[in-house]
Design a protein around this ligand. Structure first.
Ligand SMILES: *Cc1c(COP(=O)(O)O)cnc(C)c1O
Length: 359
């Protein structure tokens, strides 16, 4: 068996320890004689898996008691619709457009109400985060929506927008559990789990109690009502049981690493290794305004498309895979999520140095 250094943006690298544990439990989960995949979601054993996962997440993020955690299927995309359907009481919401995912969420919201784009960084290929200190927030906006870490473009909000008292809704798919957050600053935090937590096919929604109401838009599918999932403790229908089990294992792994403060320190150290090199290289350069850089997704280019392609090809042959950048940015992107070890980033930088010398 040989594992590569996987820099995929998602689905992405998972901690090896977690994968090994899951492998050990594949045929017989703790004396039940079956895999978690084969188990009733109503069984006591699975209920314990679910409740423990939820509690561990609450511990890690220090989620206040007046917030609910929901495990929902459909990934982040289903939430692009669920958010307006549940939260648009006045049918007005403000969106800050910092990349493709924010734009997609914005377009989806336009189906249900008046969605306003109140700021955008599209003029410079989303390579920065707009100044959000004094935005034209709509007086009747039900919420202000952001994508906090822009997976494709490699930018991150290092200061949350001034929402002038409106509810903040944040897509944290690609920075989930990468550092501590103050949950109380948000009305709703959500993300698809396949970037930094677990397998694809599920979203985790963290929502303040008072936002969970019966008062949803007409024709909101039952499955998409937050209240249905909150009342049923994420067991309204058959949830993605195996994904919840895997996420639970990752939560335990994160606790063992020292929690989110420790992850932040590790992630910053990893990102610094790569950014320091990019800033000193004569061949490679980062594509993002320095103060807005993400510590999870790092896009970079040589400035020469053919050389970029050559780099991606040679890197892959050397065991550094999924480094090709998104088609809208070109070049390369290294996603260095929680489960990417420091050695992986150091080895990548060594490889880049060698490539720089040879080209
Ligand atoms: C990947 C990603 C999405 C889309 O996730 P799906 O689970 O495929 O719907 C949305 N937002 C961000 C920030 C992402 O990185």
């Amino acid at each position: 068996m040989s594992r590569v250094y996987n820099f995929s943006a998602g689905p992405a690298v998972l901690p090896e320890e977690v994968l090994k544990e899951a492998a050990d439990e594949m045929l017989d989960y703790r004396g039940t004689g079956m895999s978690v995949m084969e188990m009733s979601h109503r069984s006591k054993v699975f209920e314990d898996i679910l409740n423990e996962a939820e509690q561990d997440l609450k511990d890690l993020m220090q989620i206040p008691d007046n917030y609910k955690v929901l495990f929902m299927q459909g990934g982040a995309h289903l939430q692009f619709a669920a958010i307006p359907m549940n939260l648009m009481k006045n049918r007005v919401a403000d969106y800050i457009i910092t990349g493709q995912w924010a734009k997609k969420a914005f377009k989806e919201a336009q189906i249900y109400g008046k969605a306003n784009a109140i700021a955008s960084s599209e003029d410079q290929t989303f390579s920065y985060i707009p100044d959000c200190s004094d935005l034209p927030i709509s007086p009747d906006a039900d919420y202000v929506y952001i994508c906090e870490n822009n997976t494709i473009y490699g930018t991150k909000y290092h200061t949350l927008p001034n929402t002038k008292g409106k509810i903040l809704v944040s897509d944290v798919s690609s920075c989930f559990l990468s550092e501590p957050v103050d949950v109380s600053k948000y009305g709703l935090i959500y993300g698809g789990v396949q970037k930094n937590i677990g397998p694809a096919g599920m979203a985790i929604v963290i929502i303040r109690d008072d936002l969970i109401t019966e008062d949803t838009l007409p024709y909101t599918p039952t499955y998409m009502k937050y209240k249905i999932h909150a009342d049923a403790n994420s067991l309204y229908n058959t949830p993605n049981t195996y994904c919840i089990y895997m996420c639970g294992k990752v939560f335990k792994w994160l606790k063992k690493q020292g929690g989110l403060e420790a992850m932040k320190a590790r992630n910053e150290e990893k990102a610094a290794v790569l950014y320091d090199y990019l800033d000193s290289s004569r061949l490679f350069r980062g594509t993002v305004r320095k103060e807005d850089r993400s510590i999870m997704n790092v896009p970079f280019v040589t400035g020469d498309k053919e050389l970029d392609a050559k780099f991606v090809k040679e890197a892959e042959a050397a065991g550094f895979v999924n480094l090709k950048g998104h088609r809208t940015v070109g070049g390369m992107r290294a996603s260095i999520y929680n489960a990417m070890p420091l050695e992986g980033v150091k080895a990548l930088v060594e490889f880049m140095k060698k490539f720089e010398e040879e080209n």
